[in-house]
Write a protein that binds this ligand. Structure first.
Ligand SMILES: Cc1cc2nc3c(=O)[nH]c(=O)nc-3n(C[C@H](O)[C@H](O)[C@H](O)COP(=O)(O)OP(=O)(O)OC[C@H]3O[C@@H](n4cnc5c(N)ncnc54)[C@H](O)[C@@H]3O)c2cc1C
Length: 610
């Protein structure tokens, strides 16, 4: 466990070269300042990704220290549209703009990261005999709640959501679940296969005897699952409503289900990945709709709140919604991979050197942080910082498809109530750490596909196999490498503060952690969890990619923290108003952390442009 840690970035580069997988060297280079080296294929990068070093410093200097980026160098480029943010929303805005204003529109998309896609990025691994894919952020297409226009848009990209859904075998580790209590937090390592945080655990009730709890705690937890009395019985309707929507899930467990605090703590991380909020800050209705147990103790009231099976139907790609971003980029800049299509896109090698060529009508300029967007004589002046240089370009229109919290800093001309509304959008910091391991033998031996880890940094770890769509067909015999996903968020440093302060505190902690902290955490978990089944952390970990998202899920309103707004008065509705030739997209504009919202908001933002 304490033996030296191999440098995996080196390994990736070595294997890449030896497998002849370097990108083409005969690429056309764009204007000097904007070209990427041909061997720079970001999805293969391991180590610290997501909000990687170099991506956020300029924005933080602007927003936190008020640094001014004056005296920009004016470029002679002029565009019809400049998009800020190359996430799904920004890419969709470019795609829709061409439909509305003409296929030959000149478009520039700027993004502060070294890869496009925003949260929709992929992690690609070539350390084993064949490519392994996983997703860095967004993954589910919850297509049963898509509008017709989003379904049409997705179909236009060549995606058949129903066909994808039928092929998905992946279950987030819930097909063979487990709970794992770790030694650091609970005194000894205890693995309970079969136990799920989301069910009543009828088949493994006896196993609860092994939980590291007091005798009274064990008895109370068993009783919680076994009983099916209605704890809300006899309460007036208004009081039931208060319990469901204005009581936290943890208070419900304590006050209505008589669970002691030591037991409630086991549930604390169960919504980390799904919500980015812990159950002490979610209402009973919110937690139960996210499948936490409790509906069985509510009689008929459960029908109001319990999770809906149909809404859980998803379509997926092996690299998550990065596939949508990649298909959009291939449509906007066909030269990046002329042969790409929706049937084979998973394995298509995109040539990043083609992203920003001077002769292309659409360009994507990465590692470029926008610091100012200003209406000026029926045009827009956009200033951005790239490689330490401050550049200014002009366009007819601009769509801001970036996080809303940065907009007040880059667009000072907005009215103050709009800026205030944008700053209400405090995103949830999220964490997706992908670890390529030599094979799945240890998990298979333990009879698990994943485990919930109530005492660890990441709430859950699971194998990401079974999404064999859009051309990805890996061999999975017992000797083949498999990605494990560590999923969750940072525990907020304080619970008894406003939800926005919890999220800000967790964000600060996430940004302060170094790659080595995550690497140590991964090794500790895999050693304790899989070590007894023969997993050797010094030999069996092939690569680690940490995707940290300090600005992760968009903040949607929460029962315990937000009032009900009248139509048109909610912060996101005030925040997204256009000004002059500038309109505003991103899923923040819907206060909804979904790809379909990112797409819908792009439709609206382009529609608003005259
Ligand atoms: C871990 C995680 C899991 C998720 N899972 C799902 C899921 O399963 N299903 C689902 O539907 N949704 C999911 N989401 C929600 C996800 O946010 C949306 O699906 C969608 O990808 C958001 O797209 P967007 O374009 O609105 O924003 P983003 O993806 O955030 O893109 C905005 C881009 O703008 C860039 N930017 C910001 N400021 C500037 C600036 N000043 N200059 C230049 N660029 C800037 C950002 O860095 C970013 O690249 C998930 C999100 C996260 C973080």
């Amino acid at each position: 466990m304490n033996k030296g840690i191999a440098r995996r970035d080196f390994l990736q580069a070595t294997v890449l070269t030896s497998l002849g997988l370097m990108l083409p060297t005969s690429c056309d280079f764009g204007s000097k300042d904007n070209e990427s080296p041909t061997n720079d294929y970001p999805p293969l990068k391991t180590g610290m990704r997501g909000s990687h070093d170099g991506s956020y410093e300029t924005a933080h200097a602007l927003a936190r220290q008020g640094v001014q980026f004056g005296n920009p160098t004016d470029s002679n480029e002029f565009y019809d549209l400049v998009v800020v943010g190359a996430g799904i929303s920004g890419l969709t805005a470019a795609y829709e703009y061409r439909k509305k204003f003409g296929a030959d529109s000149k478009i520039l998309i700027l993004d502060n990261h070294d890869d496009f896609g925003g949260h929709a990025k992929r992690n690609e691994f070539n350390q084993s005999s064949s490519t392994r894919l996983s997703w860095a952020g967004t993954m589910n297409l919850e297509y049963t709640s898509f509008s017709k226009s989003v379904l049409d848009f997705i179909a236009e990209l060549g995606i058949d959501v129903n066909a994808l859904h039928k092929k998905i075998e992946f279950k987030y580790g819930n097909d063979k679940p487990a709970i794992w209590f770790d030694e650091d937090s609970y005194g000894e390592n205890i693995l309970i296969p079969g136990f799920s945080m989301y069910g009543r655990n009828e088949d493994v009730l006896d196993q609860i005897d092994k939980f590291p709890l007091s005798e009274q705690g064990i008895k109370a937890l068993k009783a919680f699952y076994v009983k099916d009395d209605n704890v809300l019985e006899g309460l007036p309707e208004k009081e039931i409503e208060r319990v469901l929507y204005k009581t936290s899930y943890t208070d419900f467990l304590e006050q209505y289900c008589q669970l002691p605090k030591e037991v409630i703590e086991i549930f604390i991380k169960a919504t980390d990945g799904y919500w980015g909020v812990q159950p002490h800050s979610l209402s009973v209705a919110e937690a139960v709709s996210a499948w936490l147990p409790g509906a069985h103790r509510m009689g008929d009231s459960a029908t109001q709140v319990a999770g809906n099976e149909e809404s859980e139907e998803v379509a997926m790609f092996p690299d998550g919604n990065a596939t949508i971003a990649r298909l959009l980029v291939c449509s906007l800049i066909p030269d990046i991979c002329p042969e790409a299509n929706a049937k084979t896109i998973a394995m298509a090698k995109l040539d990043y050197s083609k992203l920003d060529l001077s002769n292309s009508s659409t360009k994507i300029r990465l590692s470029s942080t926008v610091v100012k967007v200003k209406n000026e004589d029926n045009k827009v002046a956009v200033t951005y910082v790239r490689n330490g240089k401050t550049m200014r370009i002009r366009s007819k229109h601009s769509v801001l498809a970036c996080y809303h919290s940065i907009i007040p800093h880059i667009c000072p001309e907005l009215p103050s109530d709009q800026k205030k509304a944008q700053q209400y959008q405090v995103k949830h910091p999220m964490l997706v750490t992908n670890v390529l391991v030599k094979n799945s033998k240890a998990l298979d031996k333990l009879g698990i596909s994943g485990a919930y880890c109530p005492g660890r940094m990441h709430a859950k770890v699971f194998m990401t196999k079974g999404v064999n769509t859009v051309g990805y067909q890996p061999d999975y015999d017992e000797d083949e490498a498999v990605p494990l996903m560590f999923w969750g968020m940072m525990e907020p440093p304080e619970r008894d503060v406003h939800i926005h302060d919890q999220l800000r505190g967790a964000r600060m902690m996430l940004l302060q952690k170094k790659f080595q902290d995550f690497e140590r955490e991964v090794r500790t978990v895999l050693d304790g969890l899989l070590g007894p089944a023969g997993f050797d952390v010094t030999e069996d970990i092939l690569a680690i990619t940490v995707n940290r998202w300090p600005h992760g899920y968009s903040y949607g309103y929460l029962d315990l923290w937000d009032e009900k707004y009248n139509a048109g008065e909610a912060p996101h509705e005030i925040a997204r108003q256009p000004i002059g030739n500038i309109s505003i997209a991103n899923c923040d504009a819907a206060a909804s952390a979904y790809s379909q919202s990112a797409i819908e908001e792009a439709f609206r933002a382009v529609n608003e442009l005259k």
